[in-house]
Design a protein. Structure first.
Length: 317
């Protein structure tokens, strides 16, 4: 049975973790470039320098002493996000949507005190949420107001669009929808729904929840297919530009659609997950090999517009 399943996956061109790690991450992502994406603050600075839109940076808390006057630092802000610079999987992200007297209101309507907020920042600096548990920084930035388009198929949190970029070419995409189970986070491992997106049209297909194909959002019960993602060409171009920005050949780019500011690069991932293949009902391998052949044939890098135009024609689901 297992052998039969493996043969089916291989025939479908599904990339497994070992192949992804050896043939693509190790082969195309030089180790010395990892800090560009593992450090969200570094990524933000690179994006700003490259003229790529990101959520506005308000403050950076680097040492415990700075926590003492955090109330003053936050005074001009009605809503904001606090996140660890080296966090992963959405851990340690605190989203404040407003204030209620001397307290801060979270996405789910709960309120926390200033002391609780300070404690959260202190935990962030200690490395509680960072990769490897190392000392970290706390980033305070603009809270994205997601496009109302997603309200019918999202629970509390902010959906984002994940694109896999290979040698500067977008090869696969999905939108990640927060659920009650994921506690409003757009993280598939915590129970968010991943919904495949047609690269040519920007229209959503079916979804995946814990490796199972789904047609409806588990909380809102609304159909997830048939949604036209706004500014799709802009998103493809933004994601493709991250290749020049970082030099990483195989990278996941997370884009958020703000209803006031449009598409914003949220973060990058040098080790993007593989469930995107289930969400799109396609294996990555044929697309990755086609890009390798095209790069070898061209003999020189194509421009961003040419890369986007190519994938829209070649990888229309």
């Amino acid at each position: 049975m297992l052998l039969g399943n493996w043969k089916k996956l291989k025939a479908a061109g599904v990339v497994g973790m070992n192949r992804r790690n050896v043939d693509y991450i190790m082969a195309y992502n030089p180790r010395h470039l990892y800090p560009m994406v593992d450090d969200k603050l570094h990524t933000k600075w690179l994006a700003v320098k490259a003229g790529i839109a990101v959520p506005e940076l308000y403050q950076v808390i680097e040492i415990e002493h700075q926590i003492r006057d955090i109330e003053t630092r936050l005074a001009p802000l009605h809503d904001f996000v606090i996140k660890p610079a080296h966090g992963s999987g959405g851990d340690g992200i605190l989203v404040i949507t407003g204030r209620r007297k001397q307290r801060y209101v979270k996405t789910n309507g709960d309120v926390i005190t200033l002391a609780e907020l300070k404690h959260h920042v202190s935990n962030t600096l200690s490395g509680m949420y960072s990769l490897g548990g190392h000392a970290d920084k706390a980033i305070i930035e603009y809270r994205v107001k997601f496009d109302p388009l997603f309200q019918a198929i999202s629970y509390q949190g902010v959906p984002d669009v994940r694109l896999i970029i290979f040698q500067g070419y977008p090869v696969m995409a999905m939108v990640r929808l927060p659920t009650r189970q994921s506690e409003g986070k757009a993280n598939l491992h915590q129970g968010a729904v991943g919904v495949g997106i047609n690269l040519a049209t920007g229209i959503t297909g079916h979804g995946v929840l814990h490796n199972d194909v789904v047609e409806h959002h588990p909380d809102t019960t609304n159909v997830v297919a048939g949604l036209q993602i706004p500014e799709w060409d802009t998103m493809l171009t933004l994601a493709a530009r991250c290749y020049e920005m970082t030099g990483l050949g195989y990278v996941g780019v997370d884009i958020i659609l703000d209803h006031e500011r449009g598409p914003l690069i949220l973060e990058l991932n040098a080790r993007p997950g593989l469930n995107i293949q289930i969400a799109n009902d396609h294996g990555l391998l044929p697309r990755l090999r086609e890009i390798e052949d095209r790069v070898a044939e061209k003999g020189k890098p194509e421009g961003i517009d040419d890369r986007v135009a190519f994938v829209k024609e070649a990888f229309a689901n």
